[in-house]
Design a protein around this ligand. Structure first.
Ligand SMILES: [Cu+2]
Length: 157
């Protein structure tokens, strides 16, 4: 017991050693957003927009998205649209789990990013930065393009 607590203390005193763990999603770039887009709003000055795309977990470990931010929006959250008794409703998804090698598809009528309070009117073709916050505290940078329709899915070569 004494030896073990001494070792623990030594690890605390050597942060370089203590953090020499497996590569994180941010370090390895194994978690990414593909085909990210924001649906151009028909409203002249929208206060709310929807974002879509695929969140791909190419990591060997399970991951979870627990928050999303963008410098262009006052508030961003993950939502899911569900039709209950013929009525379309949205609920907030507080935690989006991603299995190793798995992906989450955000598409109209299902999972989406709810983008609130844009800092300006977004133009067609504009690129908007986004940050995914993972359960382990790491952050993954992504980008969404403002478009009228979904982009053609990019195929792996
Ligand atoms: Cu929503």
């Amino acid at each position: 017991m004494h030896i073990r607590s001494t070792l623990f203390t030594a690890l605390l005193l050597l942060p370089g050693l203590a953090f020499a763990a497996a590569p994180t999603p941010a370090d390895a770039g194994c978690l990414a957003v593909r085909d990210g887009w924001i649906r151009l709003s028909p409203v002249p000055r929208p206060t709310m927009l929807a974002g879509f795309g695929r969140i791909i977990n190419g990591c060997v470990t399970a991951q979870a998205v627990v928050a999303v931010r963008s410098p262009r929006f006052g508030d961003v959250s993950l939502h899911e649209t569900q039709v209950v008794d013929g009525v379309s409703r949205m609920r907030e998804v507080e935690r989006l789990p991603l299995t190793p090698g798995g992906e989450a598809v955000l598409a109209p009528g299902g999972l989406h990013l709810m983008l609130m309070q844009p800092d300006a009117v977004l133009a067609d073709g504009e690129r908007v930065p986004l940050v995914l916050v993972l359960a382990d505290g790491h952050q993954v940078a992504a980008e969404l393009q403002v478009r009228r329709t979904a982009p053609e899915p990019a195929h792996a070569h």
